[in-house]
Every structure is written in structure tokens, then in C-alpha cells.
Design a protein. Structure first.
Length: 84
């Protein structure tokens, strides 16, 4: 699993590929999720990430991300999705 980016007594923050990290997490194990996905608008991230794919591929990726977030979220948990 990815190493935590920041840890406190209140929780852990990961800065990593979300699908890889989420895929290794247990069902119903997360209290709160804040997601700030790429917007698919050709932003230059300076790290090789390609922020412009076909609309269909982007929608499929978003669907997979949201379903994985829902899978790991505890009942009554909070899921915040920032999207422009």
C-alpha cells in the first residue's frame, strides 16, 4: 500500500493514484473521503500525467473511482467530490 503523505491522530492522508490505493482497502473501512480528481482539461501537472483523454474513457475512470470510494466508505460516512 502507498505510504501516508500526512498522518495525525485524526486520520491519514494519501497522495497517490486513487484506484490503486482504494483497491487495496477493505470494504466499509473509511469514515471520510475527499476526492479532487483531474478535470480532463489538458492541465500540465509536470509529472507526465496526461490530463486529456476521450470523454468516454474519462467518464469510465470517474465511474470506477466513485464506485471504489463508495465501496470503502463506512455506512454513514462522508464522501466529498470536488469537481469543476
Amino acid at each position: 500500500m502507498a505510504r501516508p503523505f500526512f498522518t495525525t491522530c485524526h486520520g491519514v492522508l494519501y497522495a497517490d493514484d486513487c484506484l490503486g490505493t482504494l483497491g487495496r482497502m477493505r470494504h466499509g473501512s473509511i469514515d471520510t473521503i475527499f476526492a479532487n480528481p483531474p478535470f480532463n482539461i489538458r492541465k500540465d501537472y509536470k509529472n507526465g500525467y496526461r490530463d486529456k483523454v476521450s470523454k468516454a474513457k474519462y467518464v469510465d475512470w470517474c465511474r470506477e473511482q466513485i464506485l471504489e470510494c463508495c465501496r470503502v466508505l463506512k455506512p454513514g460516512g462522508a464522501f466529498f467530490l470536488y469537481k469543476c
